[in-house]
Design a protein around this ligand. Structure first.
Ligand code: ADP
Ligand code: MG
Length: 691
């Protein structure tokens, strides 16, 4: 029997892959030959430049070569260490592996090796711990360039490399060429087949870079095309539920204790236009913390209820679910029957609620991911609002079951993570985007100051002052308990402040490990003004809203990203009083302070996001969680903002071209590309079709 090779072949048929390795590979998301070829190295070891051992200084990242002169073990604090001495005739260096005794048999005297890694001064010699290494037939002029992969368990980088090499020689010829030649020429990209060779077996560092750029471009191009297709198909194929009756949301606005900002009014009218026309809504509302997204969510949920449908309000934490329910009851209590579905309900409470949802007795349900469980049967679900979308994945938020024969619910997602516009169009390419780019009137900017850890007194003096004025404050810490890194833990800070800077004040403590009751109780006490200062981990990050809180101290602020800090800071400055935020930098490093200082100047989330993009690249905005699509290897491939923008433009151009049947566009190539994208993201576009 002859079997035809296919890129979809199971990895276990590839030479060098036994059942055990196949399992590990599956654990890292590799199950076919194609997946294997798409398992990209994140850097290369360049053995093409070999340093002579006598020129190596501790701290250098170098490649050396030498003949093995000794192989033995030494005891060390880190465990038993294999120590292999090598010489190139000009110096001696030791290669060291801790707790990997089985490597012993790989070395024998006289054998030549190339080794690459960081040199250190230990045990009175130059050592290199856990180097990347390779046997070589003898002294070489120019060594190979070896790609380095993320390994897992016994599957080391070099084992992966070996497997991929054999996959490449067997399957390399099957790789489709779907990158249009126009793009290759315009951006200096390689043909795909060549790119696979150069990324896994580079002939030069320069070619490796070009291969990476090729894949970076391809990934974004594919993603963008897939998202555009999803958007188009879901628009074309699914009519939405028309919300005809807007009595309730109108009454809600009339009784609201404030006037909508222009931006809120605009976004509400965008939503109204879509839902009342019976178009299927798939919309992202982006707005800085405090811009008033909840009101927009409530308006929309009431529009569903008013028209005889149910609304689901999905939030990432129980604290937030409870808060939203309270807000709902305060502002629209008489208008809709509201249920709260969270994991910690007793089974009787839950049963009752589920019955209410199934019978349609309960109109609006606020809840955590418990809302997504299959046991929740809706009577007539018309709208799903997801708050703080960045905490969920797309797939997850869409698993709310639909009843056969009924129109699918509208989808509205809210995000307080401002994404630079250039990225939002890619990241959320399947959604329409509404932006609330204005804060309610009278909102003051939060005066922000960066302090060294020696200046904490300044911050806590302010906290006391604010409390004396009748206000409240937050203290935020990165971890719950003292971790190995020495970061301040909420519990420790609490103990310290109680008898120190904040002695005599009423302090509360919350973190994610508290029981639901304890957490609830603490939160309630703070909301009711019964505690002055709430010490917490980032559980307060999402959406907690206490107007009387005017001061925030963030310990170890340099362990957070700027965007997170900005979101945390948004918890204060919600009322009329001036507000303050102190960022305590734990490391004295000037660069980390400098990075934080940007927040002293910048007060809107979009500027903070742009800066984050500039400083740390687009990776942070592209977590898989954000879009829920098959992983895009932003970090491994070094995808830059520029590539994202360019690839998006090209994707749009290609789709336009195909749609209009423009003369002179490379029709055949573009159709092949489209086909390829459908193949790759098939489940997604199918999903778009089915909904
Ligand atoms: P976020 O966008 O961060 O979710 P919220 O919806 O929690 O913000 O709103 C923050 C605060 O601003 C809440 O106390 C809310 O009642 C208030 N608020 C919302 N819209 C307005 C408005 N138009 N005028 C005044 N206050 C508003
Ligand atoms: Mg909110």
């Amino acid at each position: 029997m002859t079997t035809r090779l296919s890129l979809e072949d199971d990895v276990r048929y590839i030479k060098g892959v036994g059942p055990k390795k196949a399992q590990i590979l599956r654990d890292v998301g590799v199950s076919t030959a194609r997946d294997l070829l798409d398992y990209f190295p994140f850097r290369i070891e360049d053995f093409s430049r070999v340093t002579s051992i006598d020129n190596v200084r501790p701290g250098d990242d170098v490649t050396v070569q030498g003949r093995v002169v000794s192989v033995g073990f030494v005891e060390s604090l880190r465990g038993k260490a294999l120590r292999v001495g090598i010489t190139d005739g000009r110096g001696i260096m030791y290669l060291v592996w801790y707790n990997m005794p089985y490597l012993y048999k790989k070395f024998s005297r006289g054998q030549w090796v190339l080794a690459s890694g960081r040199a250190e001064w230990r045990r009175n010699s130059i050592e290199m711990a856990h180097p990347i290494w390779k046997e070589s037939p003898g002294a070489v002029e120019v060594g190979p360039i070896i790609p380095v992969y993320h390994g897992k368990a016994s599957l080391t980088s070099s084992a992966i490399h070996a497997i991929i090499s054999s996959a490449l020689s067997r399957y390399g010829g099957l790789i489709e060429e779907t990158l249009p030649s126009t793009l290759r020429e315009r951006y200096g990209l390689l043909p795909e087949r060549e790119a696979y060779r150069q990324i896994h077996a580079p002939q030069s560092p320069l070619l490796w870079d070009r291969a990476r750029k090729t894949f970076a471009f391809r990934e974004v191009l594919h993603l963008q095309i897939a998202l555009s297709l999803m958007k188009k198909e879901s628009k074309a194929l699914s009519a939405g539920i028309p919300f005809h009756d807007l009595t309730l949301p109108t009454r809600f606005l009339e009784t609201l204790p404030f006037r909508l900002t222009r931006a809120q009014a605009r976004v509400i009218s965008e939503i109204r236009e879509e839902v009342s026309a019976g178009k299927a809504m798939n919309r992202l509302v982006q707005g800085d913390v405090g811009s008033g997204k909840t009101v927009v969510a409530m308006w929309s949920l009431l529009a569903a209820v008013s028209s005889g449908y149910q609304g689901a309000f999905l939030v990432p934490t129980e604290v937030l679910a409870r808060q939203h329910k309270r807000t709902f009851e305060r502002l629209a209590g008489g208008l809709t029957r509201i249920g709260l579905l969270v994991g910690s309900l007793s089974s009787r409470e839950k049963q009752k609620l589920l019955e209410g949802i199934a019978s349609g007795d309960i109109h609006t349900v606020v809840g955590t991911h418990a809302l997504l469980e299959p046991e929740v049967k809706w009577y007539r679900l018309g709208l799903v609002v997801t708050d703080e979308q960045h905490r969920f994945g797309v797939r997850q938020r869409l698993t709310i079951p639909e009843k056969a024969g009924e129109l699918r619910p509208h989808i509205l997602v809210m995000s307080a993570t401002p994404i630079p516009r250039s990225l939002a169009l890619t990241l959320y390419g399947d959604l329409d985007i509404s932006v609330i780019d204005e804060l309610p009137e009278g909102r003051k900017t939060v005066t922000t100051r960066v302090l060294g850890s020696g200046e904490r007194a300044v911050a806590y003096r302010k906290v006391r002052e604010e409390v004396q004025k009748g206000h409240q404050a937050y203290v935020v810490c990165p971890l719950i308990r003292e971790g190995k890194t020495g970061r301040k833990a909420a519990e420790m800070v609490f103990e310290e402040l109680k008898d120190g800077y904040l002695k005599g004040l009423r302090l509360g403590l919350i973190h994610g490990e508290l029981s639901k009751d304890a957490l609830d109780e603490e939160m309630k006490r703070f909301v009711e003004g019964k505690t002055d200062v709430l010490i917490s981990t980032t559980v307060i990050e999402v959406g907690v809203d206490v107007e009387n809180a005017t001061c925030m101290v963030i310990e170890d602020a340099d362990s957070f990203g700027l965007a997170t800090l900005h979101q945390l800071r948004g918890r204060v400055g919600r009322g009329d009083a001036p507000s303050y935020c102190y960022l305590i930098a734990s490391s004295a490093g000037a660069t980390s302070c400098e990075r934080l200082r940007a927040l002293e100047r910048l007060h809107d989330g979009f500027s903070v996001a742009e800066l984050d993009l500039e400083q740390r690249g687009p990776g942070q905005f592209f977590g898989t969680k954000q879009h829920g699509l098959p992983e895009i290897k932003v970090q491994e491939l070094g995808i830059t903002a520029e590539i994202i923008v360019k690839a998006r433009e090209e994707a749009e151009r290609i789709l336009r071209c195909l749609e209009n049947g423009d003369a002179g566009c490379c029709d055949a190539e573009y159709s092949a590309l489209l086909e390829k994208v459908r193949q790759r993201f098939g489940d997604l576009t199918m999903y778009a079709r089915s909904r």
